[in-house]
Design a protein around this ligand. Structure first.
Ligand SMILES: *Cc1c(COP(=O)(O)O)cnc(C)c1O
Length: 238
């Protein structure tokens, strides 16, 4: 059950986020339409996700396959795109098709690429992927080391079913704005380097970066997808 106040809060939060996105775009002369809002819906129950989708949002992201299992059936009457943004265990690959996941944003190993491709060869279809890069050099973060991205992109060309859409990173979590910005600059430079070297086409140039607390910095540095959870759905218990 969702009550009116809760619903209004979600709707109001979306307005605030959209305004923040627009203001950030304006500041650096970008078209507001060049940045997509992904709802990071981990731990958010389906009736609250529904409010956002019915208000016009079209893109969600989950960190765990189990959350799709819970939410997809409850939202099956709605049309929206689902991305996977968490650490993907290889034994969960079969669930990508089952839960109609459109894009895996967290591709970060050759082993995972091999197994994904094998699965999608068998399915006779393809899947969108983004390369997750560890731009903050924090040990705890997943993602490829920046130095390994070029060889990884070359390796990916062996896997026909994986359609590279761009790059994803979780920025440094720090109150030092310049340090946070550095991680986003790093992801943009990796993308630009791959583009100018002819390694990727413009179809593979998305940058998924920026969360509730730092979306402005990410947009200023070129984000084309921001992933927002708590600023829309409230702080999480976990
Ligand atoms: C939870 C999560 C987000 C959203 O974080 P908020 O701070 O709640 O906006 C974005 N990206 C990933 C990978 C996440 O796990």
């Amino acid at each position: 059950m969702i009550y009116g106040d809760d619903m209004n809060e979600i709707l109001n939060n979306i307005k605030i986020i959209r305004r923040r996105m627009e203001t950030a775009c304006k500041k650096v002369g970008r078209d507001a339409a060049s940045v997509k809002l992904l709802l990071a819906t981990k731990t958010v129950p389906p009736e609250r996700v529904r409010v956002a989708i019915e208000a016009g949002e079209t893109l969600t992201g989950e960190n765990k396959m189990q959350e799709f299992a819970l939410k997809n059936p409850a939202l099956s009457d709605l049309k929206y795109e689902r991305h996977f943004i968490g650490h993907l265990q290889t034994n969960k690959i079969k669930d990508i098709v089952k839960y109609d996941v459109h894009c895996i944003q967290s591709l970060d190993s050759v082993e995972l690429a091999q197994k994904l491709d094998k699965r999608f060869q068998a399915e006779g279809r393809s899947i969108d992927v983004m390369i997750q890069v560890n731009t903050s050099f924090e040990q705890s973060k997943s993602g490829l080391e920046p130095d390994n991205v070029t060889s990884f992109i070359k390796e990916l060309k062996n896997y026909d079913t994986l359609k590279l859409k761009g790059f994803m990173t979780i920025g440094l979590f720090d109150s030092d704005e310049d340090a946070v910005r550095q991680s986003y600059v790093r992801l943009r430079e990796i993308r630009d380097h791959a583009l100018s070297g002819g390694l990727i086409s413009p179809n593979s140039s998305e940058l998924s970066m920026g969360m509730s607390h730092d979306l402005e910095i990410a947009i200023e540095e070129g984000a084309t997808i921001v992933r927002i959870g708590s600023a829309i759905f409230g702080t999480r218990a976990i």
